[in-house]
Design a protein around this ligand. Structure first.
Ligand code: 4GX
Length: 240
């Protein structure tokens, strides 16, 4: 599943063109017993299986020898540091990341204390393994590696790079089932279009994710719009 997900789209092309190198390793290859056992029952009892420490330590030791010292050894976990666009930027400036994952209830705590540099969480919900979080993180991080996304401007203008939600997008037809594209987008006035988009992005952030406004970098005009909306003027979707 992990290999398949890394093969197409933006990630697949980035690997093909040598911009990033992604290697997937099977934990069972680092076991020493005949049955290649990577998990065991929890000390103290309870449901589920726990990932054993030895295969993970052996795997990372082997990577140290073959690929050099990793900058970060990451463990996807709901107990981890929350993964955000800012963290993606941080990781994208590292040369070598290792993700430890498996489908299990937990991992032996000695892995967290003595092998992992950072536990990282993609959100407050429980998944059945760390593979999907690792793929989510790799995708978000790879996009920030120069050259991976063809149009560099689209990365810079991306939602969250400015700390705000995205503005609405429209394409042809200009009128569809009685739903019209806002006239300003058809006007050709690039300054007005840019201003409308900034206002829409801010309005949506104000309505849907006001928590993001605490850290957002805003212009004086944007602060004025916010003050107006907060004062309760211009209520409703058509507010300007
Ligand atoms: N964001 N999971 C990890 C197993 C596990 C449990 C405890 C380490 C410690 C998740 C998330 C997530 C499910 C991945 C449990 N590993 N990971 N897995 N949400 O739910 O990152």
């Amino acid at each position: 599943m992990v290999r398949a997900a890394l093969q197409d789209g933006v990630l697949g092309r980035a690997v093909e063109s040598g911009l990033i190198d992604l290697q997937v390793h099977d934990l069972r290859a680092f076991t020493t017993d005949r049955h290649k056992v990577v998990d065991d029952t929890p000390f103290g009892g309870g449901p589920g299986m726990v990932l054993k420490p030895e295969p993970l330590f052996r795997a990372v030791d082997t990577l140290r020898e073959t690929r050099g010292e990793p900058d970060l050894v990451l463990l996807p976990s709901p107990q981890g540091r929350r993964f955000t666009q800012q963290v993606a930027g941080e990781y994208s400036r590292k040369a070598h990341l290792v993700f430890l994952c498996g489908r299990y209830e937990g991992v032996d705590e000695r892995v967290s204390t003595a092998l992992v540099t950072e536990e990282v969480s993609i959100g407050d919900y429980v998944l059945s393994g760390g593979e999907l979080p690792a793929l989510v993180i790799v995708d978000a991080v790879a996009r920030l590696v120069p050259g991976v996304v063809g149009d560099a401007e689209s990365v810079v203008r991306d939602s969250f790079t400015r700390g705000l939600l995205d503005h609405p997008h429209y394409t042809r037809p200009a009128s569809f089932r009685g739903l019209d594209v806002p006239g300003v987008l058809l006007s050709g006035h690039h300054g007005e279009i840019e201003r409308w988009r900034r206002q829409q992005a801010l309005r949506r952030t104000f309505e849907r994710r006001p928590d993001l406004l605490e850290d957002a970098a805003l212009t004086d005009e944007e602060r004025q719009w916010l003050a107006r909306w907060k004062a309760g003027e211009n209520n409703g979707a058509q507010a300007s």
